[in-house]
Write a protein that binds this ligand. Structure first.
Ligand SMILES: [Zn+2]
Length: 241
């Protein structure tokens, strides 16, 4: 099922995806999320910003866009077999790595108690090869999520007011970082690629008609390059000690 140079399979029971915008997790990990769900995992999403900026429709308002994008995310996750989405209200385009953001994420980690967290690799600033400047919200989301996983969610003396409110410390075993340049862990998504395409189609405000858009398949083929798979999603996998 999985090709990994880390020699261990990954069959989580509880997965938490943490990202900046509706669609981030579906683009980077939708096929994998669908696999996890099909394997019996409860898949949850946490979206940190309100997604209120990503449009080129001139008369669209931020409030309207937020509403649309949240509904799209909800629908996309349902297509992938996921369980729940939590939306924070941080303004799109302005996400900063603050203690408040980390604390808000810790609260969710301590509530959901994931064994796998999937988030965005904050070390990706740009990719000259792919002509990409990584969105600063993506970097902030990934950094805050990593900091929340380790050490902030783990120690009861961190945010003692959360502990007092019943948020028990939690250790996440494995982190998968979405890194569009490659990684050390690939997931075969041949069986869930159609679901991924459908989930992205649900994000109609972002992708328009994704029906035959070649980039999605190109990306999956690129990620499968050094594997035995036809289509893959490749991550940086960290098994946290
Ligand atoms: Zn994004």
């Amino acid at each position: 099922m999985y090709n990994t140079n880390m020699n261990s399979l990954l069959q989580p029971k509880i997965v938490l995806g943490i990202a900046a915008h509706p669609d981030d997790l579906d683009v980077g990990a939708g096929g994998t999320m669908a696999r996890f769900a099909a394997g019996g995992a409860d898949v949850h999403y946490l979206i940190l910003t309100d997604g209120s900026k990503g449009t080129d429709v001139p008369d669209m308002t931020s409030a309207e866009l937020t509403k649309i994008r949240r509904a799209e995310q909800q629908q996309a996750l349902e297509i992938l077999g996921g369980k729940s989405v939590t939306f924070f209200d941080y303004p799109d385009g302005e996400l900063e790595i603050t203690m408040q953001l980390k604390k808000d994420i810790v609260k969710i980690i301590r509530t959901i108690k994931p064994d796998v967290v999937v988030t965005l690799d904050p070390s990706v600033i740009y990719s000259a090869e792919n002509g990409i400047i990584n969105h600063p919200d993506h970097r902030a989301a990934g950094q805050a999520a990593l900091d929340a996983v380790f050490p902030l969610a783990r120690d009861h003396l961190t945010f003692p007011e959360l502990f007092a409110d019943g948020y028990e410390p939690h250790k996440t075993a494995t982190v998968l970082l979405i890194n569009f340049n490659g990684g050390n862990f690939s997931v075969d998504i041949i069986d869930t690629f159609a679901q991924k395409r459908q989930a992205l189609a649900a994000h109609a405000s972002q992708f328009g008609d994704i029906g035959n858009a070649p980039w999605l398949r190109d990306m999956a083929e690129r990620h499968a390059k050094n594997t035995d798979y036809e289509l893959a999603e490749t991550f940086v996998r960290i098994d946290v000690r």
